[in-house]
Design a protein around this ligand. Structure first.
Ligand code: ADP
Ligand code: MG
Length: 254
């Protein structure tokens, strides 16, 4: 059995404010293995983003442990994020935005710049590389944000509802597109989403979180027979509706 890349053991967390204590995670345990693509779905406010903050080390668990196990022992620099907002800077061209992470971490080598240039060509962004973020569509900007993240060659990608600001149609094609890019790069991924279809079409496994304080209610392995590479291929798989109904039931009982 492979060693998990990320291991979360009996983690509890509460926010303490003047209004009182909000218990957000209670005794949560999960593991993420190298190359796995795991989605987390759960009611709004149950603690999904808090879990990511704990994984990144932004906040510390009150109880329990979060461990990374890699050959090298993992530092925070090996984590990559993608959030709902693309956080691109309007005063830089989109190409220079994609280089920003490399610049900040002192990794602006010729090889890394080539990687970004190749990615721009592959994802249909090359002709737009000198434009400002506002001149690109939301879907294109999310691709730039993803390239900026992947350029740092993270071992673990944390995605917090990365497509939810996009309109429905863009969302379908960009999520399929980005799913493919991430799969090709063989990254380990934790995707938080409230979109059941997105979770089913992108992941190997869906974790269903309960109401706050969040715990894992169920764990559903996904296996789809996908034909062709149409963006909607996963959603048209014969097993898709079965998983959708299953997840719907799980969440309706919350
Ligand atoms: P989700 O991402 O699942 O929607 P969050 O992890 O963002 O949920 O939040 C979980 C709960 O914790 C919510 O009830 C939210 O109001 C509360 N919360 C989040 N951040 C803070 C904070 N900084 N201080 C106090 N309460 C917070
Ligand atoms: Mg959230």
């Amino acid at each position: 059995m492979a060693t998990p890349l990320l291991s979360i053991q009996n983690v509890s967390y509460a926010y303490h404010t003047f209004q009182g204590e909000t218990s957000v995670l209670k005794n949560l345990s999960m593991e993420l293995y190298p190359g796995e693509f795991v989605a987390v779905v759960g009611p709004s406010g149950c603690g999904k983003s808090t879990l990511l903050s704990l994984i990144t080390g932004l906040i510390k668990p009150e109880e329990g442990e979060i461990k990374f196990a890699t050959k090298t022992g993992m530092e925070t620099t090996k984590l990559g994020y993608m959030l709902q907002k693309d956080h691109l800077f309007e005063w830089r061209s989109v190409f220079d935005n994609a280089l920003l992470g490399l610049e900040i971490t002192g990794k602006l080598t010729e090889e890394n710049i080539d990687y970004v240039a190749e990615a721009f060509k592959e994802y249909g962004l090359w002709d737009f590389k000198d434009q400002k973020p506002s001149e690109l569509s939301g879907g294109m900007r999310q691709r730039v944000a993803l390239i900026r993240t992947l350029a740092l060659s993270p071992e673990l990608l944390l995605l917090d509802e990365p497509f939810s600001a996009l309109d429905y149609q863009t969302r379908l094609s960009v999520s399929a597109d980005i799913g493919r890019i991430i799969r090709n790069s063989k990254k380990t991924v934790l995707l938080i989403t409230h979109d059941l279809s997105e979770a089913i079409s992108l992941s190997d496994k869906v974790l269903v979180f309960s109401q706050r304080p969040a715990n894992i209610k169920n764990e559903i392995p996904i296996s789809l027979s996908i034909e062709g590479n149409h963006p909607l291929a996963a959603r048209n798989a014969p097993e898709f509706n079965h998983y959708f109904n299953l997840l719907w039931e799980e969440l309706s009982n919350e």
